[in-house]
Design a protein around this ligand. Structure first.
Ligand SMILES: [Ca+2]
Length: 280
């Protein structure tokens, strides 16, 4: 069985690497988020040695010179490709959606685990990679960006942000919130609380509703995978209505949403506190 797996992997590597003379094969756990033609877009594809664990580390390694685009990072055991918002401060984009996207977000547990869509457009980076990124050793911040139909942008940050491992159902753990959008994940003004919920997909029901929230349809489109309660005060994965309580809903449509992560700034405050103590 192990021998067969090795043979299949070798065949796969030959197929991927064999396309186009002079094409440098890229090894990543989520190569399916780019087409073969898009491999040349990976900005650090020639990088030797240890890969950065996230986009922020890549930005620091480039002395702030790295530009927006797709990079190879290694938050866990294997390299993965990720879209990096460098100009905004080195965020690793973990979700991007355009309303009525051609990318379906009505996916299985396995697809949400490994990621889907296109890194150059709408995508979900993958729950396993979200876990690897946020598990530490340092703390992470979750950033949310929402753009409505008139181009007005609202944003918010949760600090800290952690996704637990698969055995724990990729449970969502959120800290304090600040932003121009309303907090739709840790507040329960709609009587739904997303913080501390496990992830639910159409083939794995971990929510608190008598049916599967991921399967519930609005105008024929399923909700998609999310950290549902019973069901949602926010859901950025519903393809036809990006939902964020009072900021994005069916009467006030949003065009785009992004979810992204970067190391928490809170650690710097801890260091500042220690320095003050030493000075006393
Ligand atoms: Ca249920």
């Amino acid at each position: 069985m192990r021998g067969l797996r090795c043979c299949l992997l070798a065949l796969l590597a030959t197929l991927l690497g064999g396309r186009g003379a002079g094409c440098q094969p890229i090894q990543a756990g989520n190569l399916h988020l780019l087409t073969t033609e898009e491999h040349k877009l990976v900005l650090n594809r020639q990088m030797k040695g240890v890969l950065p664990r996230d986009c922020h580390e890549m930005l620091m390694a480039s002395s702030g010179q790295a530009r927006d685009g797709v990079y190879l990072i290694q938050p866990g055991r294997f390299p993965v490709l990720a879209s990096c918002a460098m100009q905004a401060g080195g965020w690793t984009v973990v979700q991007h959606i355009t309303v009525n996207s051609s990318v379906s977000f009505d996916r299985t547990w396995a697809e949400y685990r490994q990621g889907f869509g296109s890194l150059t457009g709408d995508h979900w980076l993958g729950n396993q990679h979200l876990h690897d990124l946020t598990r530490g050793p340092g703390r992470y911040t979750l950033g949310i960006n929402l753009v409505d139909k008139d181009g007005v942008t609202k944003a918010g940050e949760y600090d800290p942000f952690l996704i637990e491992d698969e055995a724990a159902g990729f449970r969502l753990r959120l800290g304090l919130y600040q932003g121009t959008a309303l907090d739709a994940l840790t507040q329960d003004t709609e009587n739904y609380l997303h913080d501390n919920q496990r992830f639910t997909t159409k083939d794995r029901d971990n929510d608190n509703y008598f049916q599967n929230c991921a399967k519930l349809e609005f105008q024929g489109v399923a909700g998609g995978g999310w950290w549902y309660d019973a069901c949602a005060g926010a859901n950025l994965n519903r393809r036809n209505v990006i939902y964020w309580q009072k900021d994005c809903h069916k009467e006030h449509l949003c065009k785009y949403a992004w979810m992204m992560v970067k190391p928490s700034e809170t650690l710097k405050l801890v260091h500042t506190g220690e320095c003050r103590k030493d000075e006393l």
